[in-house]
Design a protein. Structure first.
Length: 315
């Protein structure tokens, strides 16, 4: 058996058992991938994949165990390369951060300049997507770090840690009735009152939307969400156009920059939320990754992160 066979098995699983797609990702031929997998199965004496004709449908029971072992072997091979890079090119390399638009637009601008000042030779890339997509990017090693509010903590294979907490805020045009509320009235605003207005807020996969839906459902309310978007800037644009009341993350509202809007904090209605950072369990992290994470949240020290990413002894 050899590492090439392990690569083929891992990529076949990652590509939902599509051999053509696995071959494309590995820059080889589909028959070559199929032949290498069959040779590995013959050597092991077990079938790794369930087949229907020439098509692979899934993993067999022993195949599940083989796949897990292959993933660990390949992870450690990747770790060896990272160890080599760490000592041969200590301040050079690449860092890919998978994040939502909210993180890229409002959280990371405070972090990236400080990181670049310390590591000018590290090439930094941002990849954006839904929280589920971000988790998959880290699991498949397309990204080193994922940052999001939803989903990360529920993803097997990811070690996640809290970065910071935040609350939602309403944004309305100055001419909107809610903008005329006194501070006392704003503090007593109810979900029932809010549900009387058309709403503009995040797509269901993003930034605390689940908590918004759950809060209304708990009161048996069915608000009219007239527009969903993946980023707060789009939401604020359509609120300015008079489409409705915006519900966005508090960090996305700046009274000076957003002077055409009025912000009304509503954390008491939708709760406190935690943005988390996720890395793949068991990985070796370069020194500069630890620095990046601690710049993101001072509580994310090297010891805290290493404790989180260490795989269980029986894995």
């Amino acid at each position: 058996m050899n590492l090439q066979q392990f690569k083929f098995v891992r990529e076949t699983v990652r590509r939902d058992f599509n051999l053509t797609e696995a071959a494309r990702m590995l820059f080889t031929s589909q028959p070559g991938v199929s032949k290498a997998i069959i040779e590995l199965e013959d050597e092991l004496g077990v079938k790794i994949f369930e087949r229907h004709g020439k098509r692979i449908k899934g993993l067999t029971k022993p195949g599940v165990a083989v796949s897990q072992i292959v993933d660990r072997i390949m992870r450690e091979i990747d770790n060896l390369r990272k160890v080599s890079d760490e000592f041969a090119r200590r301040d050079e390399g690449g860092l890919v951060v998978a994040c939502t638009h909210t993180q890229a637009r409002y959280a990371l601008p405070k972090v990236i300049p400080a990181f670049r000042a310390q590591f000018p030779k590290v090439h930094l890339s941002l990849m954006q997507g839904t929280p589920a997509q971000l988790a998959e990017m880290v699991l498949t090693e397309q990204a080193d770090v994922a940052i999001a509010t939803e989903s990360l903590a529920l993803t097997p294979g990811l070690a996640t840690l809290p970065c910071y907490s935040w609350e939602h805020i309403l944004v309305v045009a100055h001419s909107h009735p809610l903008a005329q509320l006194t501070q006392a009235q704003a503090n007593e605003l109810t979900l029932e009152q809010l549900a009387e207005h058309p709403l503009v807020t995040y797509d269901r996969a993003f930034t605390g939307r689940t908590a918004i839906d759950q809060a209304f459902a708990a009161k048996n309310l069915h608000p009219d969400v007239v527009l969903e978007a993946i980023d707060a800037d789009v939401i604020k644009t359509y609120v300015e156009l008079g489409m409705g009341v915006g519900i966005i993350a508090g960090m996305a509202f700046d009274p000076e920059r957003d002077d055409r809007l009025v912000g009304i904090p509503v954390g008491r209605l939708f709760g406190l939320h935690t943005t988390r950072v996720g890395v793949k369990s068991g990985v070796f992290l370069r020194d500069y990754v630890y620095t990046f994470l601690e710049l993101l949240a001072p509580s994310l020290t090297r010891d805290v992160i290493q404790s989180a990413i260490k795989p269980p002894e029986n894995v």
